[in-house]
Design a protein. Structure first.
Length: 368
């Protein structure tokens, strides 16, 4: 029979806890670069969770089977897009560059004559060569940049593999992982942790619903606005702008850039203005609608979906854009609401109240 060692006194326990926390903090700081791919994988798994649950409810299949079906179907769709869409995009890009080159040639011929503004002649014949030089520099990187590009590409591919593998395990093994995490807590706290998990899960599902509503509204707004000025392919571009809103700023911005290029090359279907002015009009409409979305529409819809004040949501989104970029914008709103749930639970526990009271009146009654 083994003889138990001496029981640690409280002071030694505190020392051990502090040392472990320091080691944990140092470890997390050292591996901080992996957080972004892991969070990305968690977001992807979270986006597909409603579809997996729908399959489980409708077909009565096991969750792991449904998760496998969804994962490999979406992977097949991704591979198909990479094989078919990317070559088509390269071909279309070459054609667009050729048309842009022709448009620049025509503009250069026009600018050979001075433009008079307020009686002052302006000689702009060097503008187009400067634009060509800037485009060539951007599209044709120097030889000394080739190694850096290769390194970034290889690293990006490795992170892509991390995202794919992590997404698969989160989709298929989340139930086991969740129970393992909850099981780490003492038995007396596991019920509270499960309740907290359900509340936080409801927040993230509500946030997903809010994003879907925002996406549908933006599809309609962009399509109608661009259709009203006669932009070729307005409805398709509007749908793309709405869908790509899930990639904040970059997605709709890329679509807007393509819309401006279409406007410059094709012109309006019925407005009697030049292609250049029509391109400016198309870009201006995007800027107005994007600011309307950022300032009013997005905070209002997302605030309702997670039960936060829309002013708080607006400030959080702007702060995330400045400090964290795209990934921060995607998660800041539900993360803030989740932190509020945890903070409310901790506060009520500290004050001896019911941690899961339904309203502020519960707090008052408990305080009495």
């Amino acid at each position: 029979m083994s003889i138990p060692g001496k029981i640690w006194d409280n002071s030694f326990k505190y020392i051990v806890i502090v040392v472990l926390l320091v080691l944990l903090g140092a470890t997390l700081w050292y591996i901080r670069d992996i957080f972004q791919p892991l969070v990305t994988a968690a977001l992807i798994a979270y986006l597909f969770d409603p579809l997996i649950n729908l399959l489980v409810q409708r077909t009565r299949m096991k969750r792991k089977t449904a998760a496998n079906l969804v994962f490999f179907f979406m992977l097949a769709v991704l591979v198909t897009l990479l094989v078919t869409v990317i070559p088509a995009l390269f071909r279309q890009s070459r054609e667009n560059l050729q048309e842009l080159n022709l448009a620049l040639d025509a503009t250069q011929k026009t600018l050979t004559q001075p433009v008079t503004v307020g009686g002052v002649p302006l000689y702009l014949e060097q503008v187009i060569p400067a634009v060509r030089g800037a485009l060539f520099t951007t599209l044709s990187p120097r030889a000394d940049q080739a190694m850096q590009i290769l390194q970034n590409t290889s690293r990006g591919f490795l992170w892509f593999l991390v995202i794919v593998v992590t997404t698969y395990h989160l989709m298929t093994e989340w139930d086991k992982l969740r129970e393992w995490i909850i099981g780490l807590a003492p038995d007396t706290y596991q019920k509270d942790i499960r309740e907290l998990y359900q509340q936080i899960r409801a927040i993230w599902l509500g946030y997903l619903g809010g994003q879907m509503r925002l996406m549908a509204i933006l599809m309609i707004i962009y399509s109608v606005a661009w259709f009203a000025i006669g932009l070729p392919g307005a409805i398709l571009l509007g749908i793309l702008a709405g869908i790509l809103n899930l990639v904040p700023e970059v997605g709709p911005g890329a679509t807007a850039g393509f819309a401006v290029l279409v406007a410059l090359l094709e012109g309006s279907n019925f407005l009697p203005i030049s292609n250049g002015w029509f391109a400016l009009l198309t870009g201006g409409i995007y800027l107005v609608l994007n600011n309307f979305k950022t300032i009013y529409l997005q905070p209002r819809i997302l605030a309702k979906s997670v039960s936060l004040h829309e002013g708080v949501v607006f400030v959080a989104i702007i702060a995330a854009i400045i400090l964290q970029g795209i990934l921060g914008v995607l998660i800041v709103v539900p993360l803030l609401s989740s932190a509020a749930v945890i903070g409310r639970y901790v506060r009520r526990k500290l004050l001896g109240m019911n941690p899961f009271g339904d309203s502020a009146m519960d707090d008052i009654e408990q305080a009495r």
